[in-house]
Design a protein around this ligand. Sequence first.
Ligand code: HXC
Length: 389
Amino acid sequence: MSLVEVERDGAVAVVLLNRPAALNALSDELMDELVTRFGELDRDPEVRCIVLGGSERAFAAGADIGELRQASAIDLYYQRRVERWDAIRSLWTPLVAAVSGYCLGGGCELAMSCDLIVASETAEFGQPETGLGIIPGAGGTQRLTRAVGKAVAMDVILSGRRLSAREALAAGLVARVVAKEAWLEEAKRVARDIAEKGPVATRLAKESVNRAYETTLSAGLEAERRALYLAFASEDAKPGVQGELVELRRHELEHQLTPFAEDSNRDAGADPLADHQALDVEHAGNRRSVELDDQILGAEAGLRGRRALDDLDDLDPCLAAETASQARRQGTRATGDPEVGAAEAAVRHQRADNLAGGRVDRHRQSEADSSDGSVDPDHVAVPVSKRAA
Ligand code: HXC
């Protein structure tokens, strides 16, 4: 009989600890099997969320006390038993703990290693290790304290008091409490909800939330912003952030590009026909440009777009200068909103850059900007290759 049972329900995998006679005590063998199965599921792209549960009576009553009694400290150290738990923490796939009944010691630590906990009203959370003369050693002193704060964590860990499901919910350890019959079904429902979302976005969001526990606010915000850009670039973002409005605006912008292409040809004395063809090729093939459009067009849709603009500015001061200069030259255009006008100017420059197959001469731009402290409107964003011509 397997100590860990795995069922599949579409994109959700349900992993159940199966050692009922010992209240799912986490023996070495059980942990080995659990980590192995998790690894397999994590590598399976069809699996979008994992539910981890025990039985109605016990999620897990802790590490196997019999095994602990027999092992020496050096055994534990050499077998790297606790280190093995790190594999759970580093899973990519979102992990929902479905907790019913006892959730004690290593069992509580295992539940806290998951991304969120759905608990039955019967659940009891505790860290009774000090009663055995040891301490919670698989994250209990750290994760419980971060989840519920020092006062409650000290109470639970030092006195051995167990938290009821309601107390755990109030303290922030648990995300949802449900009727005792619904503990597994509700966890599966949450998992299905998670599994329906974009897999890249879900993973990036999980990473970002976890980072909140491990870094400073400013480093966390920086990482979050980078994760946002990555999410924007994913296929998942396409249907989600581009509504009909954005499609319409894309169409509109593409019409506006033709005169711009002619403008840049006039500036550089290049062949307009050749650049029209290049423009078509670019439309068909240059995804980066389209993605940039999407970010910037979002400005009209509200806050998201405004953030993207801020981020653009943060990313590249030269682009910000170009954007401002172009907005001045071109006015606020269709929307009357200076930010949107500026955003569209940025799109035009990006396209000019792409058309020429070269990079904007940002170095020269910086020099021009710094010469008199202002931006020269005639010295912005001309592709390098065209300047040479
Ligand atoms: C091994 C365990 C076990 C455990 C229960 N059992 N917990 N076996 N390790 N952690 C076994 C019992 O020996 C018993 O087996 C069967 O499960 C049913 O348990 P009962 O005690 O008869 O049930 P009940 O009276 O309902 O009490 C349930 C309980 C109690 C309150 C959960 O079993 C209990 O206090 N268990 C220990 C909890 C604990 O201290 N956990 C922390 C472990 S240390 P038999 O064969 O007699 O029927 C730890 C450190 C982690 O987790 C460090 C990081 C790796």
